[in-house]
Design a protein around this ligand. Sequence first.
Ligand code: F6R
Length: 605
Amino acid sequence: MCGIVAGVSRRNIIPSLLEGLKRLEYRGYDSCGVAVLQRGEARRVRTLSRVCALEADARAAELDGLTGVAHTRWATHGMPVIDNAHPIFSGEQIAVVHNGIIENHEALRQSLTEKGYEFNSQTDTEVIAHLVHEHYCGDILAAVRNATRLLQGAYAIAVMCRDEPNRVIGARQGSPLVVGIGKDGVFLASDTFALAGCASRFIYLEEGDLVDINGLDVQICDAQGQAVARREIAFVQHALGTELGAYRHFMQKEIFEQPVAVARTLATIVDLDPLQVGMPREGELADVSNLLMLGCGTSYYAALTACGWFERFANVAARAEISSEYRYREHVSQGNTLVVAVSQSGETADTLAALRYAQSMGEERTVAICNVAASAMVRQSRWAFITEAGAEVGVASTKAFTTQLVALFLLAIVIGRQRGRVSQSEAVVYMRQLAALPDALRNVLAREPEIMAWAEELYQKEHALFLGRGTHYPIALEGALKLKEISYIHAEGYPAGELKHGPLALVTDAMPVIVTAPNDVLLHKLKSNMEEVRARGGRLFVLADSDTGLKSGPGVRLIRLPAWFGPLSPVLHVVALQLLAYHVACLRGTDIDKPRNLAKSVTVE
Ligand code: F6R
């Protein structure tokens, strides 16, 4: 998704802007650009290529200046062509970079055209540039304030003006923007990670805030124009950081980091209480009888997996909702509800909006499960559990997912305890299982050579079916999602019992069927479903717990995972499926860390 870096520096700002853009590459983009104020001119370069190509272009153009704005664009309005790449100019005077979607851009475009403005792009951003230009009377802050009042939709913007060479204005509404203060300058970016190289203190802007960076001075005012002081935080460098090291791809590295990520997430737990922000008083969740979980993509699958845990341990009615659907449905209040927003980034526009919608419908008890402590969802929620996965760079989520599962499992135990459904001694048993998870994950990772052999057999296929039952059905969905997003193979996840209600028609020897087979109570049912596939000449690839008694045979390839790991078994099986998707994608030669058309952090609807 679009990324912003901007600022005012004591020295040439170009290296800081480009370094910031490189750090934002993980979010996904299809074009990028940078502009600086140089000798009384706004100068820019833009490319449809990677940031390293932009770097070469900036060098060739001899861009050099103290004030600049830069951007990675993930196309929403208008194709990825140079004219649509940011920074977007109005005349030679105003330069804007923007993340978000301006919903009333057509009406604004019309009225600006009538006033004589010419549009050189198809972007909604160009209306912002022209509006700022229209309102400019010598004070860029006032111009941005007046222009943003006319905008509907979501935006984070950074704006500079040729006539005020040491000034950058930022504004946010619905999309994230953070101020970073370093010894050489003051910067703006979409996340703190982008500025890790040049800033050490950070301020998250709130909804409606404007920030005026004037030289090395920073002034923030709220939506009403009142000066405000926002909380400053120091940068925390994650041990699970962003160096690739000996790995070929970040996704591979992040898959292998899972034992440590899970261990670190567990290390944050004191007294079985994962709700760390504004700690709920003992028993505050005791009357919870309904759970509404909100998420998108992989985070939604984490929520779906957890439904079974909440039902089993806490005896609450649990449902997982896709945020983009839930936010437009009628909210039927069920009483005594805990709303759980599940999000790796904590900034996903649909989940944030779904959370706010639930709150507006009177749901007061909300918890965010996020990997980013300072994210909008954490700030929006009453409680938060911060997973400790460290920075996840690969677009396809891996370690964020498994740590979300750990967090949700813990929450189920906490609610179960508070509702008297889980005894202290049972809680101790579950905590021991959690503590054993990192080693069990290492055991699964050790199956990599066998998984690579499967990948050799699968990588030339164009379709695949993934089957699971119970808490492993969402794992089948997640396995299919991983495969499609990084290898571009069409894959579907199904509850195995549904096979004969339709998808069995697809099964031939050309359709590999991948099965996640734990040794749980549904195993004998799953065996029948596998027989249904075999009887139609289908080829099975079965991830089986070592104690299932399942064996390889004609048409059945089997990888033996450790013995059944109890209710946490989904956390192990999904790791094998991540590795499978990864190695299939390697053999197909795709851009694994930045799959086509996808973005890491989806901050627009
Ligand atoms: C897939 C993936 C996405 C995200 C989804 C939600 O590998 O990463 O499906 O899970 O975009 O993102 P978050 O978790 O940041 O809300």
